[in-house]
Design a protein around this ligand. Structure first.
Ligand SMILES: *[C@@H]1O[C@H](CO)[C@@H](O)[C@H](O)[C@H]1NC(C)=O
Ligand SMILES: *[C@@H]1O[C@H](CO)[C@@H](O)[C@H](O)[C@H]1NC(C)=O
Ligand SMILES: *[C@@H]1O[C@H](CO)[C@@H](O)[C@H](O)[C@H]1NC(C)=O
Ligand SMILES: *[C@@H]1O[C@H](CO)[C@@H](O)[C@H](O)[C@H]1NC(C)=O
Ligand SMILES: *[C@@H]1O[C@H](CO)[C@@H](O)[C@H](O)[C@H]1NC(C)=O
Ligand SMILES: *[C@@H]1O[C@H](CO)[C@@H](O)[C@H](O)[C@H]1NC(C)=O
Ligand SMILES: *[C@@H]1O[C@H](CO)[C@@H](O)[C@H](O)[C@H]1NC(C)=O
Length: 805
């Protein structure tokens, strides 16, 4: 036998050990990174177009491709599909756009008679509404607008225009002003409390209905609405009911006054056509001259009866139907409600196309996970690199000394040598399968909270059970303030709007050709609470409750109590004035609690601002600063509100387990020269939609379910999002030093399986509970596998040598 040259082999081994060092010398950080689609977008759009050069760019340069923002919420999927936290801002924008479209459609159709003309939402109302949208949502919404098509808006606030005349263009656009360098902002950080609002139908470059206008991707979805035949398939008739009260303790009628109005479409569950959705999202575009940011907008259409006030005016529809002799009323789309978010705040999934990341997606696959690892999205990174993790695939394990998974951010900061030698997984061995079980052993996991079986309480028996079983302890609603932040913010928005209006507007104000002042009408506020429950399925009910004698009727007299309260009953939104109930709402606990806290002390309120630019004349020749510029108001922030404990609301309206968020609003007392507590805004959210966390948590966390997960000591517990109020929504991941031992394609043990097997074990049935563990990891190490094979060769060679000698 031929002798093997030991020296050659040893040299190889030596070289192999040196390999790492050598490459570090040769290479720096990032040099291995290929230019990819992420860089392309940054170069072509984000870095290329700025506020100072956008005016000269073409419209095409300022709009991105349509497959960059993916997994856009669709109205008919909101109920059935899980939208992860990386899409919660988009879902909230979706619901807010819909909310404003419902409100505007409702109020325009409700107040359509000539007598109602003067009490329609006026200039202040619209400006303040968009300001509240933005100021109450500092982390989700940075722009809000209500924009009308050409020649459809009847301004009731221009003193020198006939009531039956429209103005050519009108749109109220608000955006968050970056006040980093404002006078008085000493911290030099944007405080997110200043909003700029402009009538975009006035001033230069105002014709947003024009094809060539650059910043109007929200326009073409529904406007101009010329084709009458499309009316039926794009719009929907909503029916609502209201019970009014004009004397405390009494309703005017026993039954609900029913009103039907046309609104954005209500697509069926299996509708796939994007064009039939009530809300659509624009591609990312540059908002040149306004916020000067790349934004994405959610857009929802506003419907109105047409023509209004006269039937032979210069209305758009008529122009196209000259040949039609008889006039009938139509309900065209007359405008859009638009919500904006900054593009850089929107997550993208860098992993490849998969069921969790269905395409088309331009940025899919730019993650740099190695082949034996799987890629998983990491939420909350916005448009930034490295928003993912790489975890070992099934049958692979992390090297002994590594706590997986690998963070995408670290991978993308690695040097060439680091990347070549790390971030991999090692093939494991000897995998088992879980035993197949006898299907006959059926058990159910019973779910009780504080000894109350909440399923057993329903609207038929809630009146007869003891009151104590209608209340759950507060820790049963752990995390409600985060999971229902969007719904709480919807109440906060209303509080901001009311505070802004009631602290600043005096009924008789007038500003030259602008008719200011005005009062809130009860139908406005019924519209607001109805829109809250109609636009967000997670809002079960919503109310506004005024302090005694604060709400003013149109004639200036005060109403003792006013409490418009909307709820959903079998899918139909209804509202009542709570003032009509025999028991006054001001004596309820939740009302008293908020009132006590804010009645005397309003010092904690923060100051917000609205900068208004209004049209200088009827035609909108230019946009000028409003008489008062800026307008300031004091309002609460989200944390100032209170979430109640879960309770079964047994009132023949809601009849469900809910948690209530209450937030105060304020009004100006001109005599005492200060802001005073004026009432409370509430929303109720369903307990059933709360996700519980059973994983171990620190002793001071008030979570009724903590430490109830049955993960084995060899595993680590993690919550799985997207489940209803039920047990088993967690997973057990193997801890460092342990490995997953089953060959079933997964890499973790599911909580629901653990719970079920545990239940079987407790009952003495055959159970796999004790198998649901991770095993101690085998001897795999970090040494480069090439080195290991060379080492093997050396040992074999040496042995052969010894034998042959
Ligand atoms: C705006 O542009 C449209 C479309 O080009 C045109 O029909 C309309 O007259 C213009 N409106 C104004 C007020 O300039
Ligand atoms: C208000 O209530 C009184 C009875 O309490 C009733 O006579 C009156 O018509 C009501 N007013 C309106 C506007 O409904
Ligand atoms: C006002 O709305 C009602 C529906 O509530 C409709 O029947 C009526 O024609 C509208 N009137 C005008 C002037 O548009
Ligand atoms: C339109 O106006 C004419 C004259 O003012 C009136 O006779 C007719 O009833 C109106 N039609 C409708 C549908 O309101
Ligand atoms: C508008 O109303 C005025 C009366 O206020 C009337 O003289 C005029 O003819 C109306 N114009 C149109 C276009 O309906
Ligand atoms: C809103 O604007 C502020 C200030 O310009 C910015 O810091 C923030 O990221 C933006 N947020 C969203 C959700 O667009
Ligand atoms: C959001 O997160 C989920 C779960 O991590 C992921 O499946 C999804 O692809 C992410 N979507 C986007 C657009 O980042």
């Amino acid at each position: 036998m031929k002798k093997i040259k030991t020296t050659t082999v040893l040299f190889n081994l030596f070289y192999c050990m040196l390999l790492k060092e050598e490459l570090v010398v040769a290479d720096g950080v990032f040099t291995w990174l290929q230019r990819d689609r992420y860089d392309e977008i940054v170069e072509k759009y984000i870095n290329a177009i700025k506020g100072h050069n956008c005016a000269s760019r073409s419209k095409a340069d300022m709009m991105m491709r349509d497959d960059i923002v993916t997994q856009i919420p669709k109205a008919n999927e909101l109920l059935s599909k899980v939208f992860y936290s990386n899409r919660s801002a988009l879902v909230h924008m979706h619901n807010m756009a819909l909310n404003r479209a419902f409100f505007m459609s409702y109020i325009l159709q409700r107040m359509n008679s000539t007598e109602d003309y003067s009490i329609q939402p006026n200039l202040h109302y619209l400006y303040m509404s968009v300001t509240a949208d933005i100021n109450a949502n500092p982390y989700a919404i940075n722009g809000s607008s209500i924009i009308f098509d050409k020649d459809v808006y009847y301004p009731n606030w221009l003193t020198n225009l006939d009531f039956n005349k429209t103005i050519p263009l009108f749109g109220v656009k608000g955006w968050r002003k970056d006040n980093t360098f404002a006078q008085g902002n000493f911290i030099r950080e944007p405080n997110r409390r200043v909003v700029q609002v402009k009538d975009i139908g006035a001033g230069n470059n105002k014709n947003y209905t024009n094809e060539r206008h650059k910043m109007n991707p929200w326009y073409q979805f529904w406007l101009p609405d010329l084709d009458k035949h499309e009316d039926k398939s794009n719009k929907f008739t909503y029916s609502i009911g209201i019970r009014y009260s004009n004397v405390t303790g009494k309703f005017i009628k026993e039954e609900f006054d029913v009103f039907n109005f046309f609104g954005p479409n209500l697509p069926s569950q299996n509708e796939k056509d994007n064009g039939k959705m009530p809300v659509r999202f624009t591609v990312p575009y540059f908002d040149c001259g306004k916020s000067n940011k790349w934004v994405v907008s959610a857009v929802s259409p506003i419907v109105d009866f047409f023509p209004r006030y006269s039937n032979y005016t210069h209305m758009r529809r008529q122009r196209f139907m000259m040949h039609v002799v008889s006039f009938d009323f139509h309900e065209p789309f007359v405008g859009v409600a638009v919500m904006d978010i900054h593009f850089t705040k929107i997550d993208f999934n860098a992993c490849g196309i998969s069921p969790g990341n269905p395409g088309p997606s331009y940025l899919a696959g730019i993650a740099r996970c190695k082949s034996n690892t799987g890629c998983k999205h990491l939420s909350g990174k916005g448009y930034k690199r490295g928003g993912y993790i790489c975890h070992c695939k099934n049958k692979y394990v992390y090297p002994m000394d590594i706590q997986g998974p690998y963070n995408g951010k670290l991978i993308e900061q690695a040097t060439n040598a680091e990347y070549a030698n790390s971030f991999g997984c090692i093939r494991g061995d000897h995998y088992r399968v879980l035993p197949i079980v006898d299907q006959k052993a059926h058990v159910t996991v019973e779910f009780r909270v504080a000894n109350i079986n909440k399923v057993s309480i329903n609207k038929n028996n809630c009146n007869s059970v003891p009151a104590s079983s209608l209340h759950l302890p507060g820790d049963a609603a752990y995390d409600v303030e985060n999971q229902f932040k969007s719904q709480g913010s919807t109440a906060l928005r209303l509080s901001h709007f009311l505070s802004l209006f009631l602290e600043n507007i005096q009924a008789t104000d007038n500003f030259g050709n602008l008719r200011g002042g005005g009062r809130l009408h009860q139908d406005h506020l019924f519209g607001e609470v109805l829109a809250n429950v109609m636009a967000d399925y997670r809002i079960i009910s919503s109310g506004i409750f005024f302090e005694p004698y604060i709400f003013k009727n149109q004639d200036g007299t005060s109403k003792e109590l006013f409490g418009p309260y909307a709820f959903k009953s079998e899918g139909v939104a209804k509202a009542i004035d709570m003032a009509g109930l025999p028991r006054k709402y001001i004596f309820e606990n939740w009302y008293q609690n908020i009132k006590e806290r804010w009645k005397t002390n309003t010092a904690k309120l923060e100051k917000y601002k609205m900068n208004q630019l209004v049209r200088s004349d009827v035609k909108g020749t230019s946009a000028v600063k409003f008489e008062y510029y800026p307008i300031a108001y004091f309002a609460p922030k989200y944390d100032d509100g209170m979430w109640s404990n879960p309770k079964f609301k047994c009132d023949r309206m809601v009849d469900n387990w809910v948690m209530t968020y209450s937030i105060p609003f304020f009004q100006r007392d001109y005599v005492a020269k200060k802001n005073i507590f004026a009432g409370v805004v509430t929303v109720d959210v369903p307990l059933d939609n709360l996700e519980i966390n059973q994983c171990p948590q620190s002793f001071n966390v008030a979570n009724a379910f903590k430490n109830t997960a049955r993960c084995h000591i060899s595993t680590e517990c993690r919550k799985i999002p997207g489940y209803k109020y039920s047990r088993g929504a967690y997973r057990c991941d193997c801890k460092q030093g342990y490995e997953y031992q089953f060959a079933d394609g997964k890499t973790f043990i599911e909580g629901s399986l653990v719970e079920l097997e545990y239940e079987k074990k407790v009952r003495g049935l055959f159970s796999r509970f004790d198998s649901l563990v991770c095993r101690v990891q085998g001897g795999a190490t970090t040494i480069n596998s090439n080195c290991i094979s060379i080492l093997k060769v050396v040992i074999v060679a040496l042995m052969i040598q010894r034998f042959t000698e």
